[in-house]
Design a binder for this molecule. Structure first.
Ligand code: ATP
Ligand code: MG
Length: 358
């Protein structure tokens, strides 16, 4: 191939795949929203629900939405195989129970679409070692472990692949994923600059007020599936009685005034944030509603709201898990749809980096 022909091919490929152009050609009119949740527990928690799932549901109204169960990310720390399989299906059931409609959004399992590890390899080779080592999630998670896998370090490259494969415009996530998303944007720009426009550079869909829900027993730590104290973790599949008990015993402070002040009053502020996220009411209006009342009133009021919101999600999840064949059918249909888009991105990326056609 002559140099001129090679430039032409690159230009043609760029036109073919540069985000919105490609979207317009394929008839995709809506911006694309892409995100995933790890299959690392039997139940998602309230942080996942408020920081991620509620946004997923909202985005499907005006986006072409792709949501996946991140079972490949899950094995960056050791998992029991039978448990991982079960949790993958349970997570899918919770997506649907929380309101993601498989008729409108594409729901799939990450490992069902081979394009993810393929593009991840290319992006690993685009990421600096120091860059990966600076990620706070890697630092936090590796600090707690004796055996740290290489996968824990390369996690953000796989996450970048998850997003860039679908030419995502927006990625709804919690605050803890901001740094990974920034890296994704950098990798997309770096690749585009070096090889020609290939990837859409995505925006972070992080809601300022609700992007970080804290542990109820340790209100300065993020609520996490891997939380130290189960009493501080609100699982969306908790039974109503357990939910109520956890809210009632939430750590607050010795003061008695219900006010929003995350620095001085992290416990009460976290409860107000959750209250606001579940009701849609502003924090100010909730503070006004509870003026002159005690922390106990707020906790009981919030427990009632959480039960009202989460009990139907729990019931629907259990119903969905009674028909696993149907769940599997939904996931396979989702994988087919996802694969068609992802394979095309990989084809172009392979061409760009100079991999020989088979
Ligand atoms: P793990 O402890 O295994 O990392 P996790 O609780 O952090 O689990 P992930 O599957 O890693 O859950 O994250 C899924 C989504 O939920 C991400 O978008 C993440 O930003 C969001 N998320 C996780 N924890 C919180 C939280 N406490 N508040 C708001 N969003 C959260
Ligand atoms: Mg996490």
């Amino acid at each position: 191939m002559t140099a001129a022909a090679s430039v032409e091919t690159t230009a043609a490929l760029a036109a073919e795949t540069a985000g919105h152009d490609a979207a317009a050609e394929s008839g995709q009119l809506l911006p694309r929203s892409v995100s995933g949740i790890q299959a690392t527990s039997d139940s998602l928690h309230l942080g996942n629900y408020i920081g991620a799932l509620q946004q997923f549901v909202e985005h499907q109204e005006h986006h072409d939405a792709f949501y996946f169960i991140a079972n490949m990310h899950a094995i960056t720390v050791e998992q029991d195989p039978a448990e991982l399989r079960e949790r993958t299906l349970r997570t899918a059931a919770q997506f649907i129970a929380a309101g993601i409609d498989p008729e409108r959004s594409t729901i799939f399992v990450q490992s069902h679409v081979d394009a993810h590890p393929k593009l991840s390899w290319i992006l690993e080779c685009t990421t600096g070692l120091g860059e990966a080592q600076r990620m706070t999630q890697f630092k936090d998670k590796s600090a707690k472990k004796e055996n740290v896998s290489l996968g824990l370090l390369t996690y953000p490259a796989l996450m970048a692949a998850d997003i860039l494969l679908y030419q995502a415009d927006v990625v709804p996530v919690g605050e803890d994923q901001r740094q990974h998303l920034e890296l994704t944007r950098n990798l997309a720009e770096r690749f585009n600059h070096r090889y020609g426009a290939t990837f859409t550079v995505p925006e972070a869909g992080i809601l300022k007020e609700t992007a970080k829900i804290y542990d109820l027993q340790d209100p300065t730590s993020k609520m996490s599936k891997s939380a130290a104290n189960p009493a501080g973790l609100i699982n969306i599949l908790d039974e109503p009685k357990a939910l109520t008990k956890k809210f009632k015993s939430a750590v607050t402070d010795n003061d008695t005034v219900i006010a929003f002040d995350p620095e001085a009053k992290p416990g009460v502020s976290n409860l107000l944030t959750i209250y606001s996220a579940l009701t849609g009411d502003s924090v100010d209006s909730i503070v006004a509603e509870y003026e002159g009342k005690m922390y106990g009133h707020l906790k009981v009021g919030l427990a009632e709201i959480a039960v009202e919101k989460l009990a139907p999600v729990r019931e629907r999840t259990l119903e969905l898990l009674d028909d696993r064949a149907e769940l599997e059918r939904i996931l396979l249909a989702g994988a087919d749809k996802a694969q068609a888009i992802a394979d095309e991105t990989v084809r172009v990326a392979y061409e760009r980096v100079g991999f020989l056609h088979r």
